[in-house]
Design a protein around this ligand. Structure first.
Ligand code: GRF
Length: 200
């Protein structure tokens, strides 16, 4: 998979703040990194992460989904063209809030990762922290997995548990899990691109 630089070329897809994206960019800019972020792509031109990526010297593309409201295939075809142009080898979803169709999922099968804020297979989908608190769980956490057609269902690559503490709210728990996400995603991507991890 590696290019002449020796680093796997990763594109990160975001919809929002992009803190996981920033962690991946930073990890990819370290000496001896096994990957580099070559493109940050958002479906929302206002996503805060786009400016952060540009400030870190990473090319960005905004492919707004709204003009494609009636044609998801055309939106994904535009995304695919941008990924190809950037020479992408691996795609990292990082707070990308659109469901992908089989068109992109199949094209990137085995080469598209996602980070999810729960200990999958527990709590796929939204509101993971509120659900963990409501269930009285002792721990929450995050998971990096390969993307398949089922939402948050793909083979698990890495997980990190985060203890739930007294008086945690969904917001305080989300903040602590997010810090763990940054470390886990960077490490899982590095290992994946070194060919060190397959699914658990
Ligand atoms: C993260 O919690 C991620 O797990 C979830 O969306 C959030 C994105 O945060 N899918 P950020 O944009 O990376 O800051």
């Amino acid at each position: 998979m590696s290019q002449p630089s020796g680093r796997v070329r990763v594109a990160v897809m975001i919809s929002g703040a992009g803190s996981n994206m920033a962690a991946l960019i930073d990890a990819g800019q370290a000496a001896e990194a096994s990957f580099e972020v070559v493109l940050v792509l958002s479906n929302d031109p206002e996503a805060g992460g786009l400016a952060i990526a540009r400030a870190k010297g990473v090319p960005t593309a905004a492919i707004d989904h709204r003009p494609f409201a009636k044609d998801r295939a055309a939106h994904e075809a535009a995304i695919e063209a941008a990924l190809k142009t950037a020479g992408t080898e691996v795609v990292a979803l990082a707070g990308y809030m659109r469901l992908l169709t089989p068109f992109l999922v199949h094209r990137w099968a085995g080469r598209m990762l996602n980070i999810h804020p729960s200990l999958l297979p527990k709590y796929p989908g939204l509101d993971t922290h509120a659900r963990a608190l409501a269930a009285g769980d002792a721990e929450a956490g995050c998971t990096v997995h390969l993307v398949t057609e089922g939402v948050d269902e793909g083979p698990i690559l890495a997980r990190q548990a985060v203890p739930i503490v007294a008086d945690d709210t969904p917001a305080t728990l989300a903040e602590r899990v997010l810090q763990a996400e940054h470390i886990l995603y960077a490490r899982a991507m590095a290992d994946f691109c070194r060919g060190r991890i397959r699914s658990l």
